[in-house]
Ligand binder design. Sequence first.
Ligand code: HPA
Length: 278
Amino acid sequence: MQKNLTIKEIDEVVAAILSKTEVKPRIGMVLGSGLSHFAESVENAISIPFGDLPHWPVSTVKGHAGKLIIGQLQGQDVFVMQGRIHFYEGYTMSQVTLPVRVMQRMGVEIMIVTNAAGGIADEHQPGDVMLITDHINFPGLIGNSPLHGPNLDDFGPRFPDMTQAYDPELLDLARKIAKEEGVPIHEGVYMGLSGPSFETPAELRFLKMIGADTVGMSTVTEVSVARHGGTRVLGLSGISNKAHTELSFVASHEDVLEAGKQIVPKMETIIRGVLRSL
Ligand code: HPA
């Protein structure tokens, strides 16, 4: 069995952070690929490279800056992960979700997660944004859950409820902001896979059949741990490419970058609006 991080180790990380700041944010944010520059607008920020924290895994993916930033955004104290850790990098699920545990020990009550995803639903186009209403934790379903192993009773129960993984009130708030600000949004189910290979056309047909609207390689593990510890979650997918079920379609890197340019302002508008209203 894989070795999970203990509460003592989690608290060592918390102590290292609290040696650098007295801010105890109520809101945590995990900014996926493309959105990491948003973290630069945090005010009164302290910035800690992941490598400076004990036990903290270091992200190895290009485009994931790998810094923890604590400060204020839209008047709220925030704990921002500029870049995230993925399971495909070789870390354990417990390491991948350490930042969420640290947020919880520091008092974070709400976590906003973003990701880049492939659009499976027919109406999804690169550059679109989807509010995540539910997810399928595929690695978790087949035995790779971050909650595998002895339960951490200090955080939550052995068998946590997942019926409201994405908080209904936060979803309503995000819908309201999107409408007011004129940001078009989709809503749907995010499919979390382990990666790192993209999906075959047959896999995509299967994912579509079981109800997935977007597909990516993150988020679901973080959200499982967030909900285990009672943290409320708002999740947003940016559609970087269409996940095609036909053979011979490959999104170019240029297409993905172009989609990112359209996604970033939409996500920023929604997130800033939500932060202002919380
Ligand atoms: N599949 C899986 N993960 C992804 C994709 C995709 O098409 N696009 C961005 N992340």
